[in-house]
Design a protein around this ligand. Sequence first.
Ligand code: HEM
Ligand code: HEM
Length: 225
Amino acid sequence: MPAQTAPPVAATHDYSVAMRIWHWANAALVSGQLLTILFQKVIVNAKQAVPEFQQAISKGGSTLTDQQGRAVAHVISERIWQWHIWMGVTLAAFWLFWTVMQALDPAGRRFGARLLAAARRYKLAAPAEHADARHALLAKLTYAAFYLFITIMVVTGLALIFADDVPFLHRIEHTAEEIHNVTMYLIIGYIVLHVVGVVWADNHDDHGLVSRMVSGEDPRTPDNV
Ligand code: HEM
Ligand code: HEM
């Protein structure tokens, strides 16, 4: 029986076109979603601006009641929520694209297979390779966490969209909102860790890593990837 050896690392560095399109579209959409929340809750914060609306109107000699002020604030925040909802639906479509991509990709490129390969490599690694293998496995585990978080975001987001139309969803609306809210912080944590991690890896032991996620080719050996 042949001796077991650690599987090669190279397979995990081969990003298909579909994967790269998914990665950058998903990154842009997730950033866009976070921006809508930044505008909704911090920059515009229309609900908190009602006294300012009233002050501005009173300068012109008219008055704005609290109820009218809240109605204006509602119009403004609804405009931002519309952006959030449409980007959310697009994100849900990319989530579906990722799921289909997993089914159609060659077995070695599927995320589950790459995660298992990293776990096997870690288990079988020679002492000199142990740190590298552990690092590769930890990176894959953070990706697994992200795929879980984005699934939660899509499911709870869709539940919030249909909460007014479906009685069951209406009953769980508050819980869905809480989960959606908390998962946002986990996603922010992931992004900070991820961007610092890939930039650090690119500058240390994995030169060209970010380029490969853009062009799909290793700049050092473009013809062999
Ligand atoms: C909202 C922002 C982002 C999200 C949600 C995100 C998400 C992800 C995910 C889930 C993966 C794992 C892909 C897989 O192997 O299945 C990944 C890989 C990768 N991302 Fe991002 N990403 C973001 C931003 C960025 C940025 C700004 C960069 C470049 C500076 C970047 C560079 C990379 C690279 C190089 C990989 C491959 C790493 C590896 O093979 O271990 N990402 N990203
Ligand atoms: C990374 C992605 C996302 C982030 C960071 C995010 C964040 C948030 C936050 C913080 C809220 C406010 C919840 C509250 O008021 O307590 C919210 C509301 C909402 N989100 Fe998301 N979300 C994301 C993705 C999605 C997706 C994928 C969908 C739809 C498929 C979605 C649909 C909604 C809806 C419908 C609301 C309620 C809007 C309203 O009150 O009118 N979100 N989101």
